[in-house]
Design a protein around this ligand. Structure first.
Ligand SMILES: NC(=O)c1ccc[n+]([C@@H]2O[C@H](COP(=O)([O-])OP(=O)(O)OC[C@H]3O[C@@H](n4cnc5c(N)ncnc54)[C@H](OP(=O)(O)O)[C@@H]3O)[C@@H](O)[C@H]2O)c1
Length: 317
């Protein structure tokens, strides 16, 4: 395993285990396989509605001594209904209870836009299906509440997800604890070069979500998704190293200094996705893959499944 150093001194494993769209039951089995395969970085979120399954598996591994708490790097995220300073305590407390942990290693603001709270609904929507957005989301006061989670020991590090460069820049200007990590969509066709340069210059680690192209979300997004694993350059590199296309995509990211959190519930693919530290792509292969960047046109997870959210003043894309 390779590690990425965060500015709080913690080491984030460069390959983590993604959990979006995995139901509780399948996730429990998958996380068992992942921990057995050597994953120690786990990425979940309050809105994935599966933290309890993560908590059950971690409790079994911790209580049996198969893993120590300080070997784990557990990440979860503040839901959009929690994007107000006075709601952060409550949502992190709920996540910690679900996860059966005293602290998370990294707590992320999941998205830069907020939703109204309506009971415990994760995605409150009007009758026509449009999201009940809260249009006055204020990042500065929200971040103060995130900083208090570090002081209280509930989060070792705090960070952001799906924020764009302008939003990140404004937040940094008033931050006492700068974000340790930015988690954004990043892969062969969306390489995020400007955002990466911005973060690298400020010591903010990057974590790439949907590194394999999120094939499973085609139905949710209501569109055909590009086939990253079928790209000729990926297939050729895979053949020349005797690896799978998925391993080439993941190796391309970690070899560029970025963490990845591929999701799988299939035990063989779970093992495959972490075996990316025993081969190296050549400079020619790295250049050929880098040239396939499509910039923002390569974005897959555009949040169109949240009807009307693109009207929010803090919609990032
Ligand atoms: N912060 C955010 O807003 C955000 C947004 C999206 C994702 N994420 C995080 O990032 C994680 C990964 O992103 P993602 O789930 O969108 O997509 P992904 O990891 O790019 O792709 C997952 C899909 O690829 C398949 N797959 C996995 N390994 C494979 C392999 N070796 N060969 C062929 N197919 C393979 C999986 O199917 P099987 O399960 O059948 O293997 C699944 O359909 C998420 O689970 C979540 O933790 C965060």
């Amino acid at each position: 395993m390779k590690y990425i150093k965060l500015h709080n001194g913690a080491s984030m494993p460069a390959v983590g285990f993604g959990t979006w769209q995995a139901g509780e039951q399948e996730l429990e089995a998958a996380l068992e396989s992942a921990l057995e395969a050597g994953y120690r970085h786990i990425d979940t979120a309050y809105v994935y509605d599966n933290e309890r399954a993560v908590g059950r598996v971690l409790a079994r591994w911790l209580s049996s001594g198969r893993v120590a708490r300080d070997e784990l790097f557990v990440v979860t995220k503040l839901p959009p209904t929690g994007n107000r300073a006075d709601r952060v305590d409550k949502y992190l407390a709920r996540s910690l209870e679900n996860l059966r942990l005293e602290h998370v290693d990294l707590y992320l603001v999941h998205v830069p836009f907020g939703f109204q709270e309506r009971g415990d609904e994760l995605h409150p929507a009007a009758e026509d299906g449009s999201i009940l957005a809260e249009l006055d989301t204020d990042h500065a006061s929200l971040w103060k509440a995130m900083e208090r989670q570090v002081a209280a020991g509930r989060a070792r590090a705090i960070g952001l997800s799906n924020f764009n460069e302008a939003q990140l820049g404004r937040l940094l200007a008033g931050a006492e604890v700068p974000p340790a990590c930015l988690q954004v969509e990043m892969h062969l066709y969306l390489q995020q070069r400007p955002l990466r340069a911005f973060c690298e210059a400020r010591g903010i680690a990057l974590c790439a979500y949907s590194p394999l192209g999120s094939r499973g979300t085609s139905k949710l997004l209501g569109k055909e998704l590009p086939d990253l694993m079928g790209d000729p350059a990926v297939k050729e590199a895979a053949a020349s190293h005797g690896r799978s296309p998925a391993q080439v995509l993941l190796r391309f990211a970690v070899q560029s200094g970025v963490a990845v959190i591929p999701k799988s519930t299939n035990p063989a693919r779970i093992r495959e996705n972490i075996q990316v530290f025993d081969f190296e792509l050549t400079d020619e292969e790295m250049t050929r893959l880098a040239d396939l960047d499509r910039g923002p046109a390569g974005r897959i997870v555009d949040f169109t499944f949240l009807k009307g959210i693109d009207k929010h003043p803090e919609f990032p894309f």
